[in-house]
Design a protein around this ligand. Structure first.
Ligand SMILES: Nc1ncnc2c1ncn2[C@@H]1O[C@H](COP(=O)(O)OP(=O)(O)OP(=O)(O)O)[C@@H](O)[C@H]1O
Ligand SMILES: [Mg+2]
Length: 381
């Protein structure tokens, strides 16, 4: 090889980007060291070897280069590279080089493997979304706290007045005038029925106000380091005996050795909300499967354990996915308040964890409760 060509060859091999040169007839003229490495080829592979036998997984790339008729500034191509667990994405540019106008142009494909960059970007976006979600919930919480507080006083007034009215009417009922006149007795009975309606409605409103207060001012957790497996088993046993889930299947698959710092009662409420939603979504006749997995927290690398609650319901529509953790978002009309998931989100957040969801329409829903693994010694209750 001439010294200039050898120098050029060496230069191409130290470049940080992968480069492939293709001639007008579709044959490969040169492939540099970075390209061989990134594409899973042995360091000894030369252009002539590729022209003889091109690995199948590189055919889409070859086709793209062959079919290009003009420069491509910035684009991506996905390839199934060998020994990679998932598809790899190459960010590339393609340039037509005409060193001499009498000759057909050379095509130069320059690329970088951006699979990891894309993954990091996705992880960053997820973290940003989670941060926005918790900020949004915190500010809505402050507003709700005010409204709930203001609603409590008139509600107390309504139920007290209703009780007084009931007492008065019941006293009236015993007077001789009322007993002698069927018309008066009838009016008193009707009045008592109306009072019963007022009492029921105000009791319902009081429950709602309590839920609101629980959402807006979450009570202090009583955190104890406990084996997650035992906690979840106890919770599942309690849920199984709940009349609401008599026809609903709840099953734990697999085990976890990890302990978490948790408030058992609060965690039970979270599971109740998730299982109830799954039960509602399947008309009470479906089932949830609960299983565990472990991972590293992307923010600080610490160990975390995830409890998956997966149902076989109809899934969640993409269009409402971003709203399901918002307070008062419900698709159940009068049968739902829309607080179950937002309260659960806050509770898991209070545990230093994260409640997230994966759902594909018609393929079920999977809620994931991710909690930090506790390395402290076990406290026996
Ligand atoms: N497992 C699930 N399958 C399908 N949709 C779900 C599931 N879990 C939640 N959803 C959707 O998310 C919405 C919000 O749930 P959330 O628990 O916050 O409120 P709700 O169940 O409607 O009312 P509440 O829990 O206050 O009685 C639901 O109305 C439903 O549309
Ligand atoms: Mg619910």
């Amino acid at each position: 090889m001439q010294p200039e060509l050898l120098m050029m060859d060496n230069l191409l091999d130290i470049l940080p980007s992968g480069m492939i040169f293709m001639q007008a007839d579709g044959s490969i003229l040169k492939i540099n060291a970075k390209a061989r490495d990134a594409l899973g080829l042995s360091p000894s592979v030369q252009a002539c070897d590729l022209n003889r036998t091109m690995p199948d997984y590189l055919l889409p790339l070859l086709k793209l280069m062959e079919q290009a008729t003009e420069d491509i500034q910035r684009a991506e191509i996905s390839l199934n590279l060998p020994a990679r667990p998932e598809e790899s994405t190459l960010g590339f540019s393609l340039k037509f080089l005409r060193p001499d106008h009498s000759q057909p142009p050379l095509k130069i494909f320059t690329f970088t493997d951006i699979t990891q960059v894309q993954k990091d970007q996705l992880a960053m976006e997820k973290i940003k979304d989670e941060l926005n979600q918790s900020k949004k919930l915190a500010s809505i919480g402050t507003m709700i706290a005010g409204v709930a507080h203001e609603m409590n006083n008139p509600l107390t007034g309504i139920s007290m007045s209703a009780s007084l009215l009931k007492m008065n009417l019941e006293r009236l009922k015993t007077l001789p005038e009322a007993q002698e006149s069927p018309k008066v007795a009838d009016s008193i009975e009707k009045g008592l029925l109306e009072i019963q309606k007022i009492t029921r409605a105000s009791e319902k409103a009081a429950v709602l106000v309590n839920d609101l207060l629980a959402y807006s001012k979450p009570s202090q957790l009583v955190l104890v380091a406990l084996p997650l497996q035992a906690v979840v088993s106890d919770i599942v046993n309690a849920l199984k005996s709940h009349p609401h889930f008599s026809q609903f299947g709840i099953e734990i698959q697999g085990e976890t050795p990890h302990r978490v710092r948790c408030d058992r009662i609060k965690l039970e409420q979270v599971f109740y909300n998730l299982v109830k939603n799954a039960c509602d979504a399947t008309d009470g006749k479906g089932q949830v499967t609960i299983f565990f997995s472990e991972s590293q927290n992307p923010k600080d690398g610490t160990l975390q354990v995830t409890t998956h609650v997966k149902d076989n319901g109809p899934g969640i529509d993409k269009s409402v996915m971003s709203q399901i953790f918002d307070p008062f978002f419900t698709t159940k009309g009068h049968n739902g308040v829309g607080l179950g998931l937002s309260i659960s989100y806050r509770t898991v957040e209070q545990h230093g964890g994260l409640l997230s969801v994966d759902s594909v329409k018609w393929q079920g829903t999977e809620f994931k409760i991710t909690l930090p693994v506790c390395e402290e010694p076990l406290y026996l209750e």
